[in-house]
Structure formats: C-alpha cells, structure tokens
Design a protein around this ligand. Structure first.
Ligand code: FAD
Length: 433
C-alpha cells in the first residue's frame, strides 16, 4: 500500500483532523517524525459555527477547510482519506478497510457523535447538529417547512408546519434556538410578506433547572430573557421521552406538536473508542493518564472529546479549547520522549465560555480576568474570537463577507433549498396536500 511508511524516523499516526488532531499534527510538523493524519472527511470542520450554516447565516464552505491545503507546506506530514475501523494497540496497527498501517505513536482524536440516550424514535426522526451535510440539510428542511406553510390549506396546518422544538439548553441548543427565532421572526418575513411568520413557534426544552448550566446565574437569566424576547418558548425541568415525527412526548406524559425536532442534548464518544483498551467513563469517554496516554500503552494518546480525566474535581470539558490544548500536549509529550526529556502533566487552562443569543447579543463568562459580560460587548468578543480561531484565511474572508451581508442588511446569506433526493418544489407540492 502506498501509505505504508518505511523509514527509521518514528511514525506518528493521528486519527481525526478536528481541533485535537489538527493541533497535534501542527506541533509535529517540521520535526523528525513521519506523521500520518487520517480522517474520513477531507476537511477540518469548525463545529461551533455549524448552527449558523443550519440557519442560513453562513455558507458551509466558510466553516470547513481542506486538510491537504492546511498541511501542504509540511513534507513530513501525509493525509489519508479513510475511515479507521479498528486499532490494535498490542500489534500497534490501525485498520482502514483491508489495509493495516503500523505506528510507533498513535494519537486518537476521533471526537464525539450525538447522544440520543437510546431513544430510537428521536434517533429516527430528529435532526442533529454534528456534520456539515446535516447542517446544510437542516437549513433546507427549515426553508422547505416555510415554503410548505405558504401552501397550507388552513391555519392549523400552517401552525403545525412552523413548529420547531430544540432539545438541549446548553450552548449549542441556545445558539440554535436564538438564530432560528431570528430567521423566522425577523429575516424571512421580508421574503414571505403574506405568511404569518410571527406565529412560527420555536421552543427550547431543557432537562435541568437552567439554560446554559455551566454559566453564572446572572448570564443564565439574561439568556433566558433574551430568548423569550425573540419569541422562543423556554421549558425547563422537562425531559423528552419520545418523538413520533410530528409530536414530542415528555416524561410526564404531556406533549407538543413539532414538525421539526432538533436534538442538541448531548454527545457520546465516537464508536472507535469502544475498541480501545482501558476504562470508559460516562458517554464512552476513555480514561487517560496524566500525560494523556492510555495507562498500559504509553505510546497511545487519546485527546479531545474522547478523553476523560478530572481536574479540580470536575471532568475535562468536551470543548474546542480542551481539544486544542490536549492535542498540543500529546504532541509535546511525543517530542519530549523522543528527545529523552520529561514533560509536566497535562493541565487544562480554562479560558471561559461564550454563547451567542442573537445578532449583537451574547453572554461570556471569562476566567482570567474573571469577567461576566453580556449583550453587545460579549457579542463583539465572540465575533473577534471566532474569526481568530476559524481555520484558514479563505474561511475567515468568507465568514466576514457572509456576516457583513447578514448583520448590515438583516439578512441570511444562504437561503437555498438543496434537495438531494428529488426536485425541491415537487416535495413541497406533494406534502402540502
Ligand atoms: C454544533 C456544535 C457546536 C459546538 N459549539 C462549541 C463552542 O461554541 N465552543 C466550544 O468550545 N466547543 C463547541 N463544540 C464542541 C467542539 O466542537 C468539540 O469539543 C471539538 O470539536 C472536539 O474536538 P475533537 O478534535 O476531539 O473532535 P472533532 O473536532 O469532532 O474531530 C474529530 C474528527 O475525527 C474524524 N473521525 C472520527 N472517527 C473517525 C474514524 N473512525 N476514522 C477517521 N476519521 C474519524 C471526524 O471526521 C472528525 O474530523 C460544539 C460542537 C458542536 C457539534
């Protein structure tokens, strides 16, 4: 196989070109290693902005950057497009289809997938916010519901088509609910002057007592109030039991209509983690040592969303900053080991958290300095940081262009219905009967 690596310098395989994997690779670029990066997609995905793709604010191309383009300067790095099916830590081999590739060091950064908590009906009918195609499809679906509402025979059908339920009151759910409410209540009415879009219903369902559980109470309250001013119905202390495709059923037996259910209630480890040796924690995360390696396999590192460890009595978060820092640390340990040096144990530097509520409004809880900001200043910080962290110059330009169009003109940059299976308008007519 062309991708077999035959040389004396150590081979480091990195599985996953997300935040963790890409940062591990960057710290190994130009060093004395053969680095092999494997991902089932040929792009790095900036997941924190997926909700903007799903609500038409950004085009998909702005949040994904081709991996080969990002790494082409580095001669010691090769990319393989493929799905890693298994890892054999004893034989030090990964398998991609029928091919086996051996490693000296392995960094597993395969990330997480949506956790439907075993509710099969939700898994079958709900939308989630994990992949690029899924976000594109969700935008098309939302716009299709609005088109179908223009042809609804009565008010009841109209209201049902325009009922959207977001499950999960963490940052992803809150950001999505706010952006969707803005799209339906403030942006699309310009395109649909005859449609009663003010009657479109966006609800957010949260199992816990508060939205944004990891934020300070004042910011939680600000977020709830702001969502309500956007027309979002907030339901706290409510758990979803079932979803029939148009009816959400709650744990207490009550229910509500939802033509669209967006599931943002949690994540679990990518299935690759199941085959790794060692202890698994909640959500299938892999327990790692203080240097991020597997306890019995010091040459295997697990980072990002997949890794489980505790610091100051709390589990590590499943966030982009954690993935970035753990990726860099794993690479530093590999470099240090090869140079015969020791490296301090991994310690996550928590910089805080942010969530956007709508255009020009956000909440931010910063750690150093310890500031809680809300409203416009928080939104400006969010905008600046996201532009800074967005990978790839072209992506930043695309995002700036789309945001300029969105924010200055109260618009949504992308309003296309992309129907992958049939002619979009055919579906609209058939379903509207
Ligand atoms: C909608 C959404 C919004 C978010 N918002 C925020 C936010 O605002 N702030 C924040 O800090 N965090 C946010 N997060 C979380 C953040 O994106 C993750 O914590 C981060 O992406 C984890 O990085 P990672 O490298 O572990 O995994 P990922 O970034 O998920 O990368 C994993 C990579 O591995 C590849 N892969 C997986 N399995 C295989 C396999 N078997 N073979 C080959 N390749 C494989 C995948 O294709 C992917 O490219 C959000 C997540 C989502 C889904």
């Amino acid at each position: 196989m062309a991708d077999k690596v035959q040389s004396k310098v150590p081979t480091v395989i990195v599985i996953g070109a997300g935040f963790g994997g890409l940062n591990a690779v960057r710290f190994l670029c130009g060093q004395d290693f053969n680095v092999v990066l494997v991902d089932r997609h040929n792009y790095h995905l900036f997941q924190p902005l997926l909700y903007q793709v799903a609500t038409g604010a950004l085009e998909a191309q702005a949040v994904a950057a081709p991996v080969r383009q990002l790494l082409r300067r580095w001669r010691n790095v090769r990319f393989i497009l493929g799905h890693v099916e298994s890892v054999d830590c004893v034989a030090r081999v990964i398998k991609i289809g029928d091919e086996a590739i051996t490693y000296d060091y392995l960094v597993v950064a395969a990330g997480s997938v949506t956790n439907f908590f075993g509710i099969a009906s939700v898994m079958n009918h709900a939308h989630d916010l994990k992949g690029l195609c899924g976000a594109d499809d969700l935008r098309s679906h939302i716009l299709r519901m609005v088109e179908m509402a223009t042809q609804a025979p009565d008010a009841d059908r109209h209201n049902k088509l325009l009922s959207f339920v977001v499950v999960g009151g963490g940052a992803t759910g809150v950001e999505f609910a706010g952006a969707l409410a803005e799209l339906l209540h403030r942006i699309l009415p310009k395109d649909f002057p005859d449609l009663a879009l003010h009657r479109a219903q966006v609800s957010i369902i949260q199992a816990g007592e508060y939205l944004l559980p990891s934020f300070p109470r004042t910011l939680q309250e600000y977020a709830r109030q702001h969502l309500e001013t956007l027309g979002v119905t907030v339901r706290l202390n409510t758990r979803v039991r079932d979803y029939t495709g148009d009816q959400v059923v709650f744990q207490d037996g009550s229910g509500m209509y939802a033509s669209t259910l967006i599931w943002a209630a949690g994540v679990q480890a990518e299935s690759l983690a199941r085959g790794l040796p060692g202890n698994k924690q909640r959500g299938g995360r892999v327990m790692v040592s203080a240097d991020l390696s597997l306890p019995d396999y010091p040459e295997v590192f697990v980072i990002g969303d997949l890794a489980y460890g505790e610091q100051d009595g709390h589990p590590w978060p499943q966030t982009a900053p954690f993935a970035i820092q753990s990726g860099r640390h794993a690479a530093c340990v590999i470099r240090a080991r090869c140079a015969g040096r020791r490296v301090a144990r991994f310690r996550f530097r928590d910089q805080g958290a942010m969530a956007v509520l709508s255009r020009f409004r956000a909440v931010a809880s910063l750690r150093r300095p310890a500031w809680n900001i809300q409203g416009f200043p928080a939104w400006v910080s969010w905008l600046f940081l996201h532009l800074l962290y967005l990978v790839g110059f072209r992506n930043r330009i695309l995002a700036l262009f789309d945001w300029g169009f969105d924010y200055l003109g109260n618009n949504a940059a992308v309003r296309l219905i992309m129907d992958r299976t049939s002619h979009g308008i055919t579906v609209v007519h058939r379903d509207a009967k």
